[in-house]
Write a protein that binds this ligand. Structure first.
Ligand SMILES: [Fe+2]
Ligand SMILES: [Fe+2]
Length: 233
């Protein structure tokens, strides 16, 4: 069976990742290369492992995470859809089972908030992994632009993690942000992505909780089941 090691060693895929990152750099986007692919691959696997999915599902998730952004080598617009179409023939050539290919291409093709939604456990885990990769290391070396909101937000995030609490059915995305940016700016560019993560977590039977500097900013978990505070007379 095709595994992550073979996907990583495949020359066509590594060239597509390299070019996807080059195109993103030319457009002024944050890092979309090996660092981002590794983070998404490892985090997708981690979520699936901690929720107890079978080993092959974990491996398929890690492969989809590694490949999810290759469509950026063609164009940023609809890169999930392009990426899935690019991956399909290469995975066929590698001899992967067609059912497994469909799971991978479905996850790649549904990872962007404009066109996608969680369609499988792999797809849901990948969405959370991808959207939680905001970090100072994504700002390209020597290219920090204080006028760019993405650079400010990413640079402000010095530490972040996704923690799965399988017993309490909760996926926690927690990060520490300094004064380089603000929660307001984070929400300006991440609102639809965080809403997509909430949907993805629900697909996995979990709540999604966002903690910024230790404070929950989406209180669904805390307020569920409680009555609204009544206005005083
Ligand atoms: Fe993407
Ligand atoms: Fe991505």
């Amino acid at each position: 069976m095709v595994n992550l090691r073979e996907i990583k060693a495949n020359k066509e895929f590594s060239t597509l990742i390299e070019w996807a990152n080059k195109c993103m750099e030319a457009m002024g986007y944050t890092e979309h290369g090996i660092r981002h692919c590794s983070y998404v691959s490892e985090t997708t696997r981690k979520i699936l492992v901690e929720l107890g999915y079978p080993e092959r599902i974990q491996e398929l998730g890690a492969m989809a995470g590694w490949l999810h952004d290759i469509g950026n080598s063609v164009n940023r617009k609809n890169h999930g859809l392009t990426g899935a179409s690019l991956a399909f023939p290469i995975l066929m050539k590698m001899g992967m089972d067609i059912e497994e290919i469909c799971m991978i291409t479905g996850a790649i093709g549904n990872h962007e908030e404009e066109t996608g939604c969680p369609v499988s456990e792999i797809s849901a885990a990948l969405i959370i992994a991808d959207k939680s990769d905001a970090h100072k290391t994504r700002v390209r070396r020597g290219k920090y632009n204080a006028d760019d909101i993405h650079d400010r937000v990413n640079y402000a995030i010095k530490q972040s993690e996704v923690v799965v609490d399988a017993d309490r059915k909760r996926i926690k995305y927690s990060f520490k942000m300094d004064g380089t940016s603000s929660i307001m700016e984070f929400m300006q560019i991440y609102m639809s992505r965080m809403v997509m993560c909430e949907k993805a977590a629900r697909f996995l039977g979990c709540e999604f909780q966002i903690l910024v500097n230790g404070q929950s900013i989406n209180n669904h978990v805390a307020v569920r089941g409680t009555k609204p505070v009544e206005e005083s007379a």
